[in-house]
Design a protein around this ligand. Structure first.
Ligand code: MGD
Ligand code: MGD
Ligand code: SF4
Ligand code: MO
Length: 706
């Protein structure tokens, strides 16, 4: 049979790269990038390529399941979709009758395909939607809002045209976004310089021109010294600053004492190197892109690290500028009408959010909320009861700290549903599992990518579902039908798409040729002499009005991070190139690439502890909680820290490969969700310390884990 080419969208991580699936005899045989999508090229990353193994994997939920035993016991009854929908609708309705619709919380993973389920929540009448971001990029988002009034995605990372890129706490070549990798590589081939600030030598650091290894948690000091140097040596873009900054003098005063010599004491990076780095940046300005960070749910001051990054970009004149952080365009900027939104069918619920975003915390965005604050509401049942919960594409028992505590919090729920395509601790703990078809087996709604040149893209179904699983639009149609939301009931994916495309001037057949529809001829850069900012003052705000209202300091005095108490290490974590968070460890292809995580530990310290590379270790926290992991002894990490790749340490019997392999970092963070940043909102997951020792002989030979 001839090969078919299906335009789809990768679902192996949230980046959602447009791809092409080659299909033969009803099977996907090859996956590649969709070169028609801006920046994409023909490649996908290793995880993207493993999408085939995902659909061929039988160790995933295959039918709707209703819990039979106790929560988390793993006893399930297989049911039909009709029965599952009836059951979920009935259980949710019971909670609506008792506590009102606002008792329903839904958390998800963010991304471009949220319109239907967010509309569903509006239709029900609950304001309690949260994305996962409290454990990811909330600090970046809120700091962007505080500096220039737009979100982090209201500017584009114009890596392709940059002359100097700086990554700080951002491992751009291993924590992958294919387009970013492609564009940075292309820029570097044309002479762009790369500077990396990290606590260990990642692949990105290895490819850099300048690598600054900082003491963990001292990035704020590094950045304040950069600002000091830019101002002191008058290396900033004075025209830009005069035109757009408010309260520049306050910044000048604030950093007066933050000399490179001062920062050297804190960070361990020599003043000389900081000075020459700043000079280099000024020479490349304004085509400088200091990446504001992504996974920044790390320290109590991570918000201020991102804030200073945005301020540095502004001092260099790069916000709004080609090769830096130019302004994102939306369909309207090309005189195009965007997609018709399902969310607009219903009014925004008038109830206050349970997490306090937008009212109790006026400086936190109300739209996506703050997940761990919603869990706080669930724990305390204040300001009102939260009794039902849908975890949609979210595994908080892996993604937030202290899962044992979170399980206790969840015991306040009358009803909990997971919608997922793989097993997860959260799904395992739920009352109902609604199995989503993996992305190659389903369609998704049409999505719009705002960009220098905005475009629409769509995920078509490459192959039929192998098991009794459904697409998102089918799942929410099924629930909506039973809960009286007839506007969200659709018979086919085409009906969904036609609704979205109504009035946009685009037809679904327009995607046949390239899988994407560009909304204009070419990318558009704004005139950098006539930028407008959405802050209350219309300026780049050194003293943020938003923060002031919330009585939060815009210029936080630096506090040195605590040194690890004697004999302990700061537990740090990050990503690797071949896995996505916790949900690919059991993927047969990716498991083979990397079956377990290891613990990076500095060679000199390891020697003192009589630890050799490859030794089995026992890692413990102050409560005595212990897990085992193998040592990776290396010169390439700061001696105060140990580091591991997040997402391992699975325990579920249904994941035969992942079970018992490696260590789960989030289990070492007692009551960690209570440690969150009042300014940025995110949890501070790297404020925890562990001890490390060689596992005793008997422990080393024991099978399995505690
Ligand atoms: N392959 C792969 N790619 C992914 C993902 C994935 O799971 N796998 N996930 C996606 C998601 S959701 C996200 S949020 C992004 C995350 O993207 P990143 O934030 O870039 O990823 P991380 O690996 O978490 O962290 C980056 C670096 O921060 C360093 N670091 C730790 N502590 C400090 C510190 O105190 N100071 C400094 N300067 N550096 C420090 C770590 O050593 C690490 O190298 O990646 C995305 N892309
Ligand atoms: N300790 C610690 N905690 C962390 C991190 C860390 O490094 N260390 N990283 C943080 C970061 S950056 C992030 S982004 C979060 C990630 O946390 P999560 O958002 O929970 O992570 P994922 O594993 O990507 O996805 C969660 C679940 O959704 C399912 N899923 C995947 N794709 C789909 C889909 O298309 N639809 C549906 N319905 N389900 C899907 C997956 O199988 C998985 O079970 O964790 C954060 N938490
Ligand atoms: S970065 Fe890799 S895994 Fe993520 S969407 Fe793109 S190809 Fe897929
Ligand atoms: Mo993330």
């Amino acid at each position: 049979m001839a090969r078919q080419t299906v335009y789809s969208v990768c679902g192996m991580c949230t980046v959602r790269c447009p791809i092409i699936a080659e299909v033969e005899d009803g099977r996907v045989v090859f996956l590649r990038g969709n070169p028609h999508a801006p920046g994409m090229g023909r490649g996908v990353c290793a995880r993207g390529a493993a999408g085939i193994a995902l659909i061929e994997d039988s160790e995933r939920p295959q039918t709707p399941l209703i819990r039979k035993g106790n929560r988390g016991e793993g006893k399930w009854q297989k049911v039909s979709w009709d029965d599952a929908f009836d059951h979920v609708a009935e259980k949710l309705s019971e909670t609506f009758d008792k506590y009102g619709p606002r008792n329903l919380l839904l958390t998800d993973r963010g991304g471009p395909f949220r319109d239907i389920h967010r509309a569903f929540l509006r239709g029900i009448g609950t304001p309690n939607y949260c994305n996962h971001d409290g454990a990811c990029a909330r600090n970046v988002q809120h700091s962007a809002l505080s500096v220039y009034g737009g979100g982090r995605k209201d500017v584009v990372y114009d890596l392709k045209n940059a002359r100097h890129v700086v990554t700080q706490c951002r491992n751009i070549f291993e924590a992958i976004n294919v387009r970013e990798v492609n564009e940075l590589t292309a820029a570097m081939e044309k002479g762009c310089r790369l500077s990396v600030i990290d606590i260990r030598s990642s692949v990105t650091a290895a490819k850099s021109h300048n690598f600054f290894q900082v003491r963990p948690g001292t990035d704020y000091a590094f950045n304040l010294a950069v600002i000091h140097e830019l101002i002191d040596k008058k290396l900033y873009d004075a025209d830009y600053v005069n035109r757009y900054f408010a309260d520049f003098d306050k910044l000048e005063d604030f950093v007066r004492l933050c000399t490179p010599e001062w920062a050297e004491q804190e960070t361990g990076v020599s003043a000389l190197r900081i000075r020459s780095f700043v000079k280099e940046l000024a020479e490349a300005a304004p085509a400088v892109l200091w990446h504001p960070g992504w996974m920044t749910a790390r320290y109590k001051n991570s918000f201020y690290v991102s804030r200073t990054i945005y301020i540095i970009n502004c001092l260099l004149g790069s916000v709004g500028t080609k090769g830096g952080l130019p302004i994102t365009n939306k369909p309207g900027d090309y005189n195009r009408k965007g997609l018709q939104k399902f969310m607009d069918i219903y009014d925004k619920p008038s109830e206050k959010r349970a997490d306090g975003a937008g009212w109790k915390y006026p400086h936190f965005e109300a739209g996506p909320g703050v997940t761990h604050l919603a869990y706080k509401a669930l724990e305390t049942q204040e300001p009102y009861p939260i009794k039902s919960y849908i975890a949609y594409r979210h595994d908080p028992l892996m993604a937030f700290a202290d899962p044992d505590h979170l399980v206790k919090v969840f015991s306040n729920l009358d009803f909990m549903v997971s919608v997922t395509f793989s097993w997860s601790d959260t799904a395992w703990y739920s009352d109902v599992v609604l199995p989503l078809s993996p992305y190659l087996e389903r369609e998704s709604i049409v999505a719009c990518k705002n960009d220098l040149l905005p475009y629409l893209f769509v995920r078509k179904r490459a192959v039929e579902p192998r098991y009794d699983t459904k697409a998102e639009w089918e799942i929410f149609s099924g629930l909506s039908k039973r809960l009286g939301l007839k506007e969200l009931v659709f018979e086919s994916a085409e009906d969904v798409w036609n609704y979205q495309l109504e009035g946009s001037g685009v037809r679904i057949s327009d995607f046949d040729e390239k899988g994407v529809v560009l909304l204009g001829e070419k990318p558009m850069y704004r005139d950098r002499d006539n930028l407008t900012f959405k802050t209350p003052s219309g300026k780049i705000e050194i003293i943020s009005e938003r923060l002031k209202k919330a009585e939060i300091s815009s210029l936080l005095p630096y506090e040195s991070p605590v040194r690890p108490p004697k004999g302990t290490f700061r537990l740090t974590f990050g990503r690797c190139g071949v896995h996505t968070q916790g949900h690919t460890v059991n993927n047969p292809m990716l498991f083979e690439q990397m079956p377990e995580n290891v613990l990076w530990i500095n060679n000199a310290v390891a020697e003192k502890l009589d630890i050799a590379d490859g030794d089995l270790l026992e890692v413990s926290n102050a409560d005595g909680y212990t897990e085992k992991i193998k040592a990776f002894a290396t010169d390439q990490i700061h001696p105060d820290a140990v580091f591991t790749v997040h997402g391992f340490g699975h325990r579920l019997p249904v994941e035969s490969r992942a079970k018992g392999r490696g260590l789960a970092d989030n289990r070492f963070m007692p009551r960690g969700n209570d440690l969150w940043d009042k300014a940025g909102g995110a949890v501070a997951l790297q404020e925890h310390f562990v001890t490390v020792k060689k596992a005793s002989e008997s422990a080393a030979s024991q099978e399995g884990r505690n």
